[in-house]
Design a protein around this ligand. Structure first.
Ligand SMILES: Nc1ncnc2c1ncn2[C@@H]1O[C@H](COP(=O)(O)OP(=O)(O)OP(=O)(O)O)[C@@H](O)[C@H]1O
Ligand SMILES: [Mg+2]
Length: 266
């Protein structure tokens, strides 16, 4: 049987600090509970640090991969990833942003392409800049998860971003409204937000998911969605994460069924 390609998703936003990194980590936890092998690629070279958030010391990062790849020293992709647990691996961003600046945008494509043949799911966390690196990354992934908060400037910026995607005929995105980032901000109703965005909101994280002790989780390097209490305490939001995960995996199931049928017919 041929290896089914994993699904790739980039979490992107029009503004910084809307909850992309936390969401990438939480989604990884959900995929783990679905017994999927996940790689989180950290393309935020400003030193954001998925590995840092998950308390994982690492030796190699994406810069080492690129450096070895360019100089014919590359052997095995696994040499560059850091294990979080049995299901989740991380390809860390360089600690030194100067190394990040040296990474040519063409490597976004190479890294994602390699990763998708080794993992069921590849999640990409990045910054919100519309630069060549991020554009190529967005172009490369199966799905984009746009994150927006209930904030006028954020919503306006997201409207421009979505209109660019509509203009170029890209439709492989979903919109996640994050009400858990600033639970006290309630400028606009859902109706208003959809009207301003001129787009549908596919998923919402409720203000209930605002976690006061989030810093303790981050300090302990824990993933909230892997906490046994999560499905009960944050039932609605747990289901939202599950829905995002299942939507991403949907066509994979169809591909597997198709391949299995083809294999039987061979
Ligand atoms: N559910 C939540 N409850 C409480 N605080 C949250 C929640 N989600 C995110 N935050 C806080 O909001 C801040 C921004 O979150 P995060 O770093 O995930 O955003 P980001 O979009 O990745 O930011 P950047 O653009 O800088 O990479 C963090 O300080 C985080 O702790
Ligand atoms: Mg981030």
């Amino acid at each position: 049987m041929k290896r089914i390609k994993g699904k790739t998703m980039c979490i992107f936003s029009a503004k910084g600090g809307v909850g992309k990194t936390i969401t990438a980590i939480n989604l990884a936890g959900i995929f783990e509970s679905l017994e999927k092998k996940v790689l989180i690629i950290d393309l935020d070279f400003s030193g954001g640090g998925i590995a840092l958030a998950l308390n994982k010391p690492f030796e190699k990062n994406i810069y080492n991969f690129v450096d070895d790849y360019t100089n014919n020293r590359y052997h095995d992709f696994k040499e560059y990833v850091t294990h979080f647990d049995d299901y989740i691996d991380i390809l860390p961003s360089p600690k030194d942003p100067r190394q990040g600046m040296k990474i040519d945008s063409k490597y976004a494509e190479i890294v994602i392409d390699k990763a998708k043949y080794m993992y069921d799911v590849v999640l990409i966390d990045t910054n919100h800049f519309i630069n060549e690196f991020n554009i190529l990354t967005l172009d490369q992934v199966d799905n984009i998860l746009f994150m927006v908060t209930n904030d006028p400037l954020d919503i306006k910026n997201m409207r421009s971003l979505i209109s660019i995607f509509k203009d170029i005929g890209e439709t492989n995105y979903k919109v996640l409204l994050n009400n858990s980032r600033d639970p006290y901000k309630k400028y606009f109703s859902m109706y208003d937000i959809k009207n301003i965005l001129k787009a549908n909101i596919d998923y919402t994280l409720t203000s209930n998911f605002f976690i006061k002790e989030i810093d303790t989780y981050v300090m302990d390097g824990k993933i909230i969605t892997l906490d046994k209490k999560m499905p009960n305490v944050f039932n609605k939001d747990y289901h939202t994460f599950m829905l995002i995960a299942k939507d991403l995996l949907k066509d994979t199931e169809e591909e597997i069924n198709k391949e299995t049928k083809e294999d039987k017919n061979e």
